[in-house]
Structures are given as C-alpha cells and as structure tokens.
Design a binder for this molecule. Structure first.
Ligand SMILES: Cc1cc2nc3c(=O)[nH]c(=O)nc-3n(C[C@H](O)[C@H](O)[C@H](O)COP(=O)(O)O)c2cc1C
Length: 344
C-alpha cells in the first residue's frame, strides 16, 4: 500500500527549486500558511541539507518535503570538450574561467541515507526513477517517496518502482525537466494528467504552468490531489531568487527548453545564451552544469541577465512580488471560488 499524502489544506505545494530559490524561509512561510513547503537538496552537500532541515524545524512545525536528484549516466566527453571550446570566449568576456566538467551523482546515496534518518514528510526525486535501494531505504523509514514523471510510460515505471505519489510535470513547467531528458511528445500538464490517470491510481501532484488559483482549480478538477507551483513563488521575498532573475520574470520574454546551461533540458526565459548556445549544447549532466557554473556566477554577480539561466515556466508573467504565505492563502481562496463557479 502506498504511504499517504501529508495533509495540505491549501492543496498548494511550493516546488523544490535548487540553485538558490528554495530557502528555509520560503518553506516555513508556505507550510505555516497551509501549503507544503520544499527544500531542494540538489547541488547541496549532505551537511548543508542537514543544516537546512534543522533550521526549518526550529522555525516551523509544518510538514515539508525534500527533493533529491536521481543519478544520470555521463554524457559524451568529446561533445562536452567541443562545447567547452565554444564557451571559452564567453567566459573570458566575463573575466572568468570555465569549471571542471566532471561527472558526479550529486552525493545521491549520502543524501538518501540522511533523509531516511531525518524523515521529512516527503522525499521527492527529479531526473527519473532513483535506484531501488533509495526507495527501499526511505520506505524502511516510513518516508513517502514522490517520483517526477513527464509521460504515461514514466508514470507506469515510477508506479512499478514503488512511488507513493507522482509529480506529474507538464511541458509548461519552469526549470529542469524532471523525468527523461528525451521527450518526443512534450506533453502539457492537462493532457499529461489525463493520460497518467489511465495508467495509475496513485495520487497525482500536478506541476507546470500553474500560477493562479484558477490554475490550481483546473488541475484539481482534472484529478490531481495537489498542485505544485514553482515559478509563481520565485518573486516572493522569502525566495532566494537573484535580483536579475526576479526582474526578468516580470517581463514578457518568451520561454524555451534548453540544455545550454546544465546539459539537461530545462525551461528558461530566452536570452542571448539560449539563442546562441542551445543548438550546440550536449546532453551531459552535470558536466555542462559544472562547466558553465563560474560563467553563470559571474553573470549573476554582474546582474547580466543575458548569460544566466533564467528558469521560468510558461506563465511567468503572473509571478508576483507578494509574501509567500499570502500567495498560498490567495491561491487556495481563488481555487475554491473557481471550483464553485465552474459547478454546473
Ligand atoms: C528555478 C527553478 C528551480 C527548480 N528546481 C527544481 C529542483 O531542484 N527539483 C525539482 O524536482 N524540480 C525543480 N524545478 C521544477 C519544479 O519542481 C516544477 O516542476 C515547476 O516549477 C513547475 O512549473 P512552474 O514553474 O510553471 O510552476 C525547478 C523549477 C524552477 C522554476
């Protein structure tokens, strides 16, 4: 039997957002307002994850989730080397050097062992199904496991791997694609939900392009148990979003799915880097992430939005600069109103 979902009165989950945006303050504000807050363990050391969990528990009694990356196979070193050559003048232009493009598993096993010990309300995974030992270790500690899927095939695979709920991530979503890096069908959130409901009875957490209460209502009506929003929280004062990123979100720039920054497909605002690099970027994660990290850090420090990864979902212009707790309460109230108004 799958482990139960935690109680989330607002039905709103603040998505885990690695690389800065997810903070203890954001998770606490969301949890205290009746949402499910998230910590993002991606790119962090196990010690930093432990410290964040401890700090969150000290300021909030609300349940929260922690998100971990699943290990992925290495990319082709020759293609990584060719991409590095292309990037070199850009790094020089920003007064920095490229990083070392090594392959790592982001300390996967150590993070899973830590979380089995710390027992958050949920551990979710991005980048496909994790090794069976990870699911087993969390289940042995009674920790529910949520797996991210982007197709009905992945949903069947995740259900067979013992997922307790599925994060159903549509093509509209901001940030990295959470399942396979190769998605010929590129399914939007609503069709994906409908197709996934036909392959599993597991509870579904819908993600992608949801940025207001009507959007929350839409996915609940489509059979989701919860709605997971990322981009909508990026401009809240509790989020750790860089100022250049937050400012760019408020503009009507289009978005695109690109491997240019990390070597894994992710939705970002179009900028000079996505326009000039997307066609050449290889599928090699985290090699490309590590290669471009100093370049992106230099751009961020200089406030240069053209050379940074500006992760954003398709509805990014709706992201508002409001306190996260207020946003959760507003989303829930709007969703209730929309569902009542739609009854016929
Ligand atoms: C800045 C940013 C960082 C993200 N980082 C993660 C992450 O670390 N782990 C993860 O599972 N999903 C991550 N995501 C994807 C979200 O979980 C979610 O699927 C997405 O935000 C939903 O689409 P929306 O942005 O349109 O709301 C990230 C999204 C954004 C915008």
């Amino acid at each position: 039997m799958p482990l139960d979902l935690p109680a989330v009165p607002s039905r709103v989950v603040a998505a885990p957002m690695a690389g800065g945006p997810s903070t203890v303050e954001l998770a606490a504000a969301v949890g205290d307002a009746g949402g499910l807050g998230s910590l993002a363990a991606g790119y962090r050391t196990p010690a930093a994850v432990a410290e964040e969990v401890e700090r969150l528990r000290a300021v909030s009694a609300a349940p929260f989730g922690v998100n971990v990356f699943s290990p992925v196979p290495p990319g082709d070193p020759a293609r990584v080397a060719a991409y590095a050559e292309l990037l070199a003048p850009r790094a020089a232009g920003l007064g920095t050097a490229l990083g070392e493009p090594v392959h790592t598993d982001d300390d996967h096993d150590a993070k899973v062992a830590l979380l089995a010990e710390l027992r958050p309300a949920v551990v979710s995974f991005a980048f496909g199904v994790p090794p069976a030992r990870s699911v087993e270790a969390l289940h042995a500690a009674d920790v529910p496991v949520w797996l991210t899927v982007t197709s009905p095939e992945e949903a069947a695979e995740a259900a067979a791997a013992g997922a307790d709920a599925l994060v159903v991530q549509g093509w509209e979503a901001g940030g990295h694609r959470g399942g396979s890096d190769d998605e010929p069908a590129q399914l939007g959130t609503l069709p994906l939900l409908a197709l996934v409901r036909r392959v599993t009875d597991l509870p579904l957490v819908a993600a992608g392009g949801i940025a207001d209460g009507q959007g929350v209502a839409a996915v609940l009506a489509a059979g989701a148990a919860l709605a997971q929003l990322g981009t909508a929280f990026l401009r809240t004062p509790e989020a750790g979003t860089s100022p250049a990123h937050a400012a760019a979100l408020a503009t009507d720039r289009p978005t695109t799915v690109t491997r240019a920054f990390t070597g894994r497909s992710a939705r970002a605002l179009v900028n000079r880097a996505t326009a000039e690099l997307s066609a050449a970027a290889p599928a090699a994660y985290p090699e490309v992430h590590l290669l471009t990290a100093p370049l992106r850090a230099a751009a961020r420090a200089a406030g240069d939005a053209e050379e940074m990864h500006l992760w954003a979902g398709e509805a990014h212009v709706l992201a508002e600069e409001v306190p996260a707790g207020e946003l959760v309460r507003r989303l829930a109230a709007e969703a209730r109103e929309a569902l009542a108004a739609a009854r016929f």
